[in-house]
Design a protein around this ligand. Sequence first.
Ligand code: EPU
Length: 421
Amino acid sequence: MARYEIHGGNPLNGTVTISGAKNAAVAILPAALLVSGKCRIENVPDISDVRIMMDILEGVGAKILVSSDGTVEIDCSGVQCTRPDTELVRKMRASYYLMGALLGRFGKAHVALPGGCNFASRPIDQHIKGFLALGAEVDETAEYVALTPGEEGLRGNRISMDMASVGATVNIMLAATLIPGQTIIENAAKEPHIVDLANFLNTMGARITGAGTDTVKIRGVNALRGGTYAIIPDQIEAGTYMAAVTAAGGNVLVQNVIPKHMDCITSKLQEMGARVINYDDSIRIIRTGKLRQTTVKTRPYPGFPTDMQAQVCVCMALANGVSRLTESVYETRFFGYCTELESMGANIWINGKTALVTGVEKLYGSTVCAHDLRAGAALVIAGLAAEGTTYVEHIHFIERGYENLVEKLTALGANIRRLED
Ligand code: EPU
């Protein structure tokens, strides 16, 4: 299997351009199922999760044209199949958006349960609660979810979610866009990609308000028309490069970002000693001195993202003093990378939802294994900051979500290459 070889110790300098947001792209591409006509979607990242989603959509009959500049033209007018390929669906998490999108377009769907990064138990009860509230009949087994219209048909409804789930908010928005009546999602997730999905759907003619607040209202429309839309920059990819500079040192301009989306990450990296300068759509991050300990608790947006937990842990591992890192979204996420970091010399003590990270002078190169996407990104950062050579294995996880990682880091002066086996 392919792996990364990283000779650590080089500070990062130069400019990196952030790609379109993975978690927006994997919601917006299936949303095209709701559109009668051609959608031109720009800034689509070339990553394996996006490629799998496009394969799934082509499998149900979508016509897709991908350009080398990240533009995807997708026409789902001819789609008739409501049962996407099981093998492909199991390759990624966000394939569960096929449920909402197919239910919204055809009133029925038969979708295998998703795969993807299994760093925690990831139930979909809130998605199901939403579909039921919209009038669907749900047949859920250990293998698949089948949705059909209930006796009274599909109609808008008020849904109060038990937790602010990103996936359930997206799925309910997708399902509700074309069904009659008004749907109100209370305790909705507020992540930037929820707003991006709403903006995409509204550009195509949907009537969605409140995205980005905890109450999203969707007034069903008869049809959506084609159009052009550009996906937002990836908050987590940007945060990952910022954490890499914080850990390895250097001076990097991170361009194509929405600085507001980065505030929760920026303020923690500043507390640790990084200097951050915000511009309109770029951020300069500089780290020269020693890092200081800090306290981080992951929370839904606008809090510190769970998808940045592992990357900030690497910074903590190199900071003076004892940092406290608390996970409040996915309790078991530490297990994906802390042991690997310890093999590089990190000092981490996990007690339930909290990790106490005692900073060490140096990390040392080692052979480590990525267990999920963000854990893998953290190990790359650790390798960049470490003394000696690090081999990161299972990089297919990393390539789910980071476009041209090796090329982008190499351009910043990192000594990293992808070894094929
Ligand atoms: N939850 C439930 N029931 C549900 C749905 C969620 O109990 O029906 C719980 C989860 O177990 C978790 C919390 O609610 O404790 C939040 O889960 P959420 O549904 O918000 O997460 P998700 O939609 O499965 C998305 C991202 C993840 C990211 C989380 C949290 C996508 C495709 N995935 O997952 O991204 O960690 O939100 O922000 O948008 C990643 O990019 O590496 C990644 C894992």
